[in-house]
Ligand binder design. Structure first.
Ligand code: ADP
Ligand SMILES: N[C@@H](CCOP(=O)(O)O)C(=O)O
Length: 309
């Protein structure tokens, strides 16, 4: 039976000031999905590994099958497929785990069907999967996981995606304290309304961040990594968040923020040495609090999801 395996990377959504409209992809960390055509008209989760038995086999609840179903519906196809998911990402971590499953499944299934869609065209199908995973069809994990690099979602209706340049040397440190935070829960703590003043501050920062990426201006990126909308509510759910921010600033990192909805924290640095140092400093802070933390150092992954075999 013909089968294809694809990999899709972890992602950092929001990037501080870009709530629901900006994200970037990480190297190496991610999910793998194998898809095989079957002789039925059903999508079947044949196997799931690496999730500690937590993810649903029911096709209507798994992001792999929900995304593929959206694609097949768009094509008017009732082709059946067997899906094998290998989770490389921890659940509820803020690293776009549900998105990586959907993106890898779509790239594998799309390739099996003769690549009717570009990776950008697959994004709306992956957004359908995000709706069942966290109740909101946000694209700031699925778009960079599929397309790679930094992706701006200028608008959702109609979807308008813009791939942004990545400054040379830019590195990310991901700090994942061993806590699980459900995206739906950390969306529910957000305020439903923001003040005119906060809206102005946030607009200035997102514009500054995007200009900084185009200009390769690390100081401008650093000044712009500020979030007055989601971070004040969510930081309270992440022990040590502000202490860590102060410490990494003193070693020359550009800034830090909550990766997606947390609890992972991302740090951006102008080079690999500072990114490694940020990891060491953070490990000490979390150790003092008695919390285990995983540290990942990565460049921005410009490739996104791809076929493995
Ligand atoms: N393949 C999958 N199918 C269905 N649900 C998933 C899948 N992968 C992750 N999830 C779930 O999606 C929810 C949304 O969070 P998730 O994307 O894991 O958060 P995060 O991006 O913060 O790690 C979690 O409850 C997680 O268990
Ligand atoms: N924009 C979303 C991003 C959620 O990312 P995740 O990796 O935590 O799923 C949000 O802030 O809710």
């Amino acid at each position: 039976m013909k089968k294809i395996t694809a990999f899709a990377p972890a992602t950092v959504a929001n990037v501080s000031c870009g709530f629901d409209i900006l994200g970037f992809a990480i190297d190496q960390l991610g999910d793998r999905v194998t898809v095989a055509l079957n002789d039925t008209q059903e999508l079947k989760l044949a196997d799931i590994q690496g999730d500690g038995g937590k993810l649903p086999f029911e096709a209507k609840k798994n992001t792999c099958s929900v995304a593929i179903r959206a694609m097949l519906d768009h094509l008017g196809s009732d082709q059946g497929m067997d899906i094998y998911l290998e989770k490389g990402l921890p659940l509820g971590s803020g690293m776009g785990s549900s998105a990586a499953s959907a993106a890898a499944a779509l790239v594998a299934a799309n390739t099996l069907l003769g690549t009717p869609f570009s990776k950008e065209e697959l994004v709306p199908f992956a957004m359908e999967a995000e709706k069942i995973a966290c109740g909101a069809g946000h694209a700031d994990n699925v778009a960079p996981s599929l397309m790679g690099g930094f992706v701006l979602i200028r608008d959702y209706n109609p979807l308008d995606l813009i791939k942004l340049p990545v400054p040379l040397g830019l590195h990310c440190t991901l700090l994942h304290p061993h806590l699980e935070l459900n995206t739906a829960d950390s969306r529910s703590v957000l305020k439903k309304q923001i003040s005119l003043k906060d809206s102005t501050v946030q607009s200035g920062n997102i514009a500054g961040l995007i200009a900084g990426l185009f200009l390769q201006d690390f100081q401008l990126i650093s000044r712009s990594l500020k979030d007055v909308i989601a971070e004040p509510s969510r930081a309270l759910l992440i022990p040590g968040f502000y202490e860590l921010r102060e410490s990494i600033q003193s070693i020359g990192a550009l800034g830090s923020g909550i990766s997606g909805s947390g609890p992972t924290i991302f740090v951006l640095s102008p080079d690999k040495e500072i990114a490694i140092m940020a990891g060491k400093v953070s490990e000490q802070i979390f150790e003092k609090m008695g919390l285990d933390v995983d540290v990942y150092i990565s460049e921005v992954n410009d490739k996104g999801a791809y076929v493995l075999e």
